[in-house]
Design a protein around this ligand. Structure first.
Ligand SMILES: [Zn+2]
Length: 249
C-alpha cells in the first residue's frame, strides 16, 4: 500500500485508495465500520489500512457494501473467514452479492473494449488484483431499511438504484459527508474527465438513463464532502456535484 493511500477526509472518516478503487473506514473510538472491500487481491491491503489507523481487523463491527461489483467485495469473504465480520447491503443487492445473478461487465465485453486508450494497462492491473475471480459473498445480509445504522459512524443508507439494482450511498450527517460508491465518482482510469461524474458507461448494468436516475436521490442530501468509489475525495455541495455529473451525462 502506498504511503499516501489513506486520507482522513474529515474527522474519523478515511478514504483508502486500493487497486483503481476506494474503500472507506469510519472510526468511533476503538470501533470501525468498513464500507466496501476492494478487489479480492486487495484484502491484505484492507487489513493494512486498518492497522495503519492503530486498529485491528477484529475492531471492524461490519462491512457495508455500496454494491456487489467485484472491485467492492474483495475483503468480505476473507474477513468473514478470518474474523467472523458480518457483511451488510441493501435488500435489493443481496441476491447480486450472493451471485444468484450478475449485474456486472462480462470478461467478453471487457476484451471487446481493450482497444480503447488506457483500457489495456488498467485491465492487466485489475486482473492481477483478482477481477476475474469468483466474488460471491454467501454470508451477506440485508440491513434494516430506514434511518442510521447502529454501527460506528452511524451511516444512513441512501438507496441509489441505477449502477446496479440495489446500489446504496451512505450519508454521514454528523460529518457532512457522503459515500457515493459508483453512483457518482470523481475520476477513473478509463477517462480523462476529473471531478464529479458518472462512471464510464461500460460498467453500468442498465441503460444510461438508469445511472442518471441513480443521481436523483443524492440531489436532496445535505453533504459537502464526497467520498466516491473511484477517484479522489471532493469538497463541494452534493447538489452541485450531481448537477456536474448530469451535465457530463
Ligand atoms: Zn460498480
Amino acid at each position: 500500500m502506498r504511503g499516501d493511500a489513506i486520507t482522513e477526509v474529515t474527522k474519523d472518516v478515511f478514504l483508502v485508495a486500493g487497486t483503481s478503487v476506494n474503500w472507506v473506514l469510519l472510526r468511533d473510538g476503538d470501533d470501525l465500520t468498513l464500507v466496501d472491500g476492494g478487489y479480492p487481491g486487495d484484502a491484505d491491503a484492507v487489513e493494512e489500512s486498518i492497522r495503519a489507523l492503530g486498529r485491528r481487523p477484529e475492531d471492524v463491527r461490519a462491512i457495508l457494501l455500496t454494491h456487489a461489483h467485484v472491485d467492492h467485495v474483495g475483503a468480505l469473504v476473507p474477513f468473514h473467514r478470518r474474523y467472523g465480520t458480518p457483511a451488510l447491503c441493501d435488500p435489493r443487492e443481496v441476491g447480486h452479492a450472493r451471485r444468484e445473478y450478475l449485474e456486472q461487465l462480462t470478461p467478453g465485453r471487457l476484451v471487446a473494449n481493450l482497444w480503447r486508450p488506457g483500457v489495456l494497462p488498467w485491465a492487466l492491473g485489475i486482473v492481477r488484483a483478482g477481477a476475474t475471480r469468483d466474488a460471491a459473498v454467501p454470508h451477506v445480509e440485508a440491513f434494516a431499511a430506514d434511518g442510521p445504522l447502529d454501527l460506528p459512524g452511524a451511516p444512513v443508507p441512501v438507496p441509489t438504484p441505477g449502477h446496479t439494482s440495489g446500489h446504496t450511498a451512505f450519508h454521514l450527517p454528523a460529518a457532512g459527508a457522503i459515500i457515493t460508491g459508483d453512483a457518482l465518482i470523481t475520476g477513473h482510469a478509463l477517462t480523462r474527465l476529473r471531478g464529479p461524474q458518472l462512471i464510464p458507461r461500460i460498467f453500468d448494468h442498465g441503460p444510461r438513463s438508469l445511472a442518471l436516475a441513480g443521481l436523483d436521490p443524492l440531489a436532496a442530501v445535505a453533504a459537502d464532502v464526497i467520498l466516491p468509489g473511484h477517484g479522489p475525495a471532493h469538497e463541494t455541495p452534493l447538489a452541485t456535484a450531481v448537477a456536474q455529473a448530469r451535465a457530463h451525462g
